[in-house]
Design a binder for this molecule. Structure first.
Ligand SMILES: *Cc1c(COP(=O)(O)O)cnc(C)c1O
Length: 370
């Protein structure tokens, strides 16, 4: 594959971010979210790095993602956040020693119909206010009874998910934490509340048996108005392309599809070899900040499938062949995401298989390709 668009993933930054997570939640075990191909960063290399760094568990959305990791010989405990959808999946989960998050009584029934010899590891997810998945808090006594009548199950603990942890002045989070605690008062079992926003913004959520960070491990901030570097995190992925053309136009010239950008004065327009088929959202049209050879530039006009056009007025020295930086340490993905009306989460997950991935370890010399 050509090096048109390259995602350079720094494994040392993942280890750094894991250390930051541990610093924020001392004593807590860390279940790292590597679902959605490790938020677009590459599930296997990311999981290997986390495993070597001693992460306590990995979390994925579904069984296929877990099997990918087991096939790559990842031995760390793996949690299925959405649980299981069928008896077949439950059997596979038992065989591959996956932890199943149970969200509803139909899943309990499914597991109870399995042979008693199956070694099942289960979490119970409680709905403390997010109202997406999970048992109502009032179901806790029934869930305790489920555990009592299934002594062969290995009980991993109780988890809940925060709905508004990225809003620091929203009382919802404290209410969720208090309701979760009250429902479980006096009951045995590990507790887990915090995703990245909970971990970074709410010490009372972070100080539990388990934390479940995703985004923070990739070096981005879930808190609005802050970027990962503000929180001591290091961006892991640097997305680059190349400047493949530079032309001068007269005032009034229309640029790209729909002539959506009109040159307000005589000026230079650059073309970079990256587009929405690589994961650059079309909503990033006109105005989004980019770096060309280290100088500031802005997207001018519409993002096309394979190219973007750039206003080079602030980058007079830009020449064909220059590196174009879409995001990385010098230009946080959070900034670009805000420009597209989305989150770094979605930019990361939107990278396509046309992007070439390079894995580097800035602390060592290991380098391999996906
Ligand atoms: C994805 C996920 C996480 C991690 O969320 P981040 O915001 O990326 O830290 C934690 N818990 C659950 C249940 C999840 O689905």
């Amino acid at each position: 594959m050509s090096d048109r668009v390259t995602a350079t993933v720094d494994l040392a930054a993942i280890r750094h971010n894991l250390r930051q997570v541990r610093r924020r939640a001392p004593g807590a075990r860390v279940m790292a979210a590597v679902k959605a191909d490790a938020y677009g960063h590459g599930a296997v290399p990311v999981a290997r790095t986390l495993e070597a760094a001693g992460v306590d568990a990995l979390a994925v959305a579904c069984i296929e993602e877990a099997l990918t990791l087991r096939e790559a010989h990842i031995r760390t405990p793996i949690t299925l956040l959405e649980g299981i959808l069928s008896a077949e999946e439950a059997n596979l989960a038992a065989y591959e020693r996956l932890q199943i998050v149970l969200n509803d009584f139909w899943q309990v029934q499914l597991l109870e119909s399995m042979p008693a010899s199956a070694s099942l590891q289960v979490w119970f997810k409680l709905d403390s206010g997010m109202h997406r998945l999970g048992f109502p808090l009032s179901a806790v006594p029934r869930l305790s009874a489920v555990l009592e009548r299934n002594p062969g199950w290995q009980f991993c603990g109780w988890m809940t998910h925060l709905a508004c942890a990225d809003e620091m002045d929203n009382p919802m989070t404290q209410r969720q934490i208090e309701d979760f605690d009250a429902a479980l008062l006096g009951l045995p079992g590990a507790r887990s509340i915090a995703n990245s926003a909970g971990l970074l913004g709410w010490p009372s959520a972070a100080q539990r048996d388990w934390v479940r960070p995703g985004l923070a491990l990739y070096g981005a901030s879930p808190l609005p108005g802050k970027v990962g570097l503000d929180l001591g995190l290091q961006p892991v992925l640097t997305l680059t392309s190349r400047l493949i053309a530079r032309r001068d136009y007269e005032a009034g010239a229309g640029i790209g599809y729909g002539s959506a950008y009109r040159c307000p004065e005589p000026m230079s327009i650059g073309v970079a070899a990256v587009g929405y088929a690589d994961g650059i959202h079309r909503s990033l049209s006109s105005g989004a900040p980019i770096l060309v050879g280290g100088q500031p530039a802005r997207i001018a006009g519409r993002v096309s499938m394979d190219m973007i056009t750039l206003d080079l007025r602030e980058a007079p020295a830009a020449v064909v062949g220059d590196e174009v930086l879409l995001w990385g340490a010098a230009l946080p993905a959070e900034r670009l995401a805000a420009h597209a009306g989305t989150l770094a989460y979605e930019l990361f997950c939107g990278l396509t298989n046309r992007v070439r991935f390079r894995y580097v370890d800035s602390a060592g010399s290991r380098l391999d390709l996906r």
